[in-house]
Design a binder for this molecule. Structure first.
Ligand code: CA
Length: 232
């Protein structure tokens, strides 16, 4: 299973520790910060898969950080869950309007926390979840890292595996090389776009013995897609 990075910003140490413990037990890789300012070095270096953000923080508030993240092209799509106190009802709506994906009212149970994080990942980054996908004759198991295509085991390099996982969770949509680099290779990766072509070729070659290579389609002038429809 690919590691899912969660950034938690919460100034109450006891709550931060509880969240961190809960998410680590559930298999997430967690970084905790007690202020927005403390997140800056982390965010400069890498982007988390999910941000859990306390509403009320000393200094920059959670809502201000949400606004900042949404205004920056690099961070605008980060999945964000705001943590609010029960009394912040009016503010919740404002939080969602300003770009948070979800909110969680304190106090919450560990189970609810994990369920919300997983629900958000399923919605926003399904290639990051560990759910088995069965589509177009291919069964891909992210936990076991196995792929069965038309009944036979297919072996992939790590990049081809990630690429196939991404395609299978985003079927029928066309992605440019740049988008694939951002979404599959990840943030802060400075590789040439033609690297994508190399891995697409390897992916097709691996799928060919199972006669599934035509699922990975070139869309002229646009990019690539995974589809069972006739190739464009
Ligand atoms: Ca707080």
């Amino acid at each position: 299973m690919s590691t899912i990075n969660v950034l938690v910003v919460e100034d109450e140490e006891a709550i931060l520790t509880l969240i961190q413990f809960t998410l680590e037990q559930a298999g997430f890789n967690v970084t905790g910060c007690t202020s927005v300012e403390a997140t800056k070095p982390y965010l400069l270096e890498k982007l988390p898969d999910v941000v859990l953000l306390d509403w009320m923080l000393p200094g920059t508030s959670g809502i201000q950080l949400t606004k900042q993240l949404r205004q920056d092209a690099r961070t605008k799509d980060l999945p964000i869950i705001l943590l609010t106190a029960r009394s912040d009802d009016v503010d919740k709506e404002m939080g969602l309007n300003l770009g948070a994906d979800d909110y969680l009212t304190k106090p919450f149970s560990p189970r609810e926390l994990v369920a919300r994080v997983n629900a958000l990942l399923r919605r926003r980054a399904p290639q990051k979840t560990s759910e088995v996908i069965d589509l177009a004759g291919i069964a891909l198991d992210p936990n076991e890292r196995t792929v069965i295509g038309n009944g036979q085991a297919i072996h992939f390099g790590p990049t081809e595996f990630k690429l196939l996982h991404f395609f299978m969770t985003h079927a029928d949509r066309v992605y440019t090389r740049r988008q694939l680099l951002d979404l599959v290779w990840g943030d802060h990766v400075f590789v040439e776009e033609r690297t994508v072509d190399v891995h697409i070729r390897r992916l097709r070659r691996a799928l060919a013995p199972a006669q599934l290579e035509n699922l990975v389609q070139t869309v002229r002038g646009a990019g690539y897609r995974f589809s069972q429809k006739e190739s464009a």
